[in-house]
Design a protein around this ligand. Structure first.
Ligand SMILES: Nc1nc2c(ncn2[C@@H]2O[C@H](COP(=O)(O)OP(=O)(O)O)[C@@H](O)[C@H]2O)c(=O)[nH]1
Ligand SMILES: [Mg+2]
Length: 293
């Protein structure tokens, strides 16, 4: 598969976190709820260590409810809170603020013992491209939030946005890179639109996507396209979807480009229903694929 992978990205991730980690109390890690594992930077756990963390499973309006619950309990631990979010609405904003606050309880108490009150919590948002970082920032920052500007010393050159609940957010999110070099991860990122379709031809991408649907949730194809998949090959299923949707050039000739765009577009818009492409139990398999290389 023709996927560009630049090792330099990993260095950038490390540098970014090194530069900012000491400035913040909480890291807000945004994952795509449809692909929580593929949309995760492979080194972040190691880099963040015990840092307080809020994981936002974003785009949860597009992912499956039961899978959402599984991922929430899988990702939660002593230092990590996990919430579901749809950044297109403001419904998750309070949960984001409340959970940042909760993560800081201990530190607040410690400071209060020293007589320090109302010290702002500092947070930064990180995530892979297209996961919704800017949308989340806009949803919680709102119009009224003020940029706090540069401060001498610790925050040299950084802009902070003051939020409700006495939280300050670094105004530029940290862009992290996912693990492109793993074939399955790269495909998941391409299916969801996180990496440009040009990484491979759209027909192959749609073919691979239909393969995944047939393996994981065949009823999705049957419900949406009224195509019975029993005993059919992937290409036969693809052809039947094309015919149902009029993606034909002339009689007997399928317009593969059109049907491919149609299927992927419908998935990305949630028209195939709410779908999660990977579950916590898949992690081990994914690791094995890695070590097999
Ligand atoms: N359905 C849905 N779309 C979202 C959500 N959050 C962001 N998006 C969309 O995802 C795309 C990428 O968002 P953006 O904030 O630019 O991602 P960034 O690259 O991480 O800053 C945009 O088209 C957003 O409208 C969400 O929670 N649900
Ligand atoms: Mg952005």
């Amino acid at each position: 598969m023709n996927i560009n992978w630049f090792p330099g990205h990993m260095k950038k991730t490390r540098d970014l976190l090194k530069q900012n980690l000491s400035l913040v109390d909480v890291v807000i890690e945004i994952l795509d709820a449809r692909i929580p594992m593929s949309s995760k930077n492979p080194e972040i756990d190691k880099l963040l260590k015990d840092k307080k963390r809020l994981v936002i499973l974003n785009k949860s309006d597009l992912s499956d409810d039961r899978s959402n619950q599984k991922w929430m309990s899988y990702l939660k631990n002593n230092n990590t809170q996990v919430i579901l979010n749809n950044a297109l609405t403001k419904s998750g904003v309070n949960a984001i603020l409340k959970n940042c606050d909760k993560l800081m309880e201990e530190k607040r108490k410690r400071l209060e013992l020293k007589g320090i009150k109302n010290k702002a919590i500092k947070a930064m948002i990180v995530g892979v491209p297209n996961v919704g970082k800017s949308t989340v920032i806009n949803s919680i920052a709102g119009k009224k939030s003020t940029k706090t500007g540069n401060r001498p010393g610790v925050t040299k050159g950084k802009q902070w946005i003051r939020l409700k609940g006495n939280i300050e957010l670094l105004d530029t999110p940290g862009i992290l890179w996912p693990k492109f070099e793993n074939q399955e991860v790269a495909l998941n990122l391409a299916f969801t639109g996180a990496i440009k379709d040009e990484i491979m031809d759209i027909e192959t991408l749609a073919y691979k996507f239909i393969e995944v649907l047939i393996a994981k949730c065949p009823f999705t194809i049957e419900n949406r396209y009224e195509v019975n998949i029993d005993g059919k090959t992937t290409i036969q299923v693809m052809d039947e979807i094309a015919i149902k949707r009029g993606c034909v050039i002339r009689k007997g000739e399928i317009d593969y480009t059109r049907v491919s765009n149609l299927i992927l577009d419908e998935f990305r818009k949630g028209k195939l229903g709410r779908l999660t492409l990977e579950e916590p139990e898949d992690i081990e398999k994914l690791m094995q694929n890695d070590s097999n290389k």
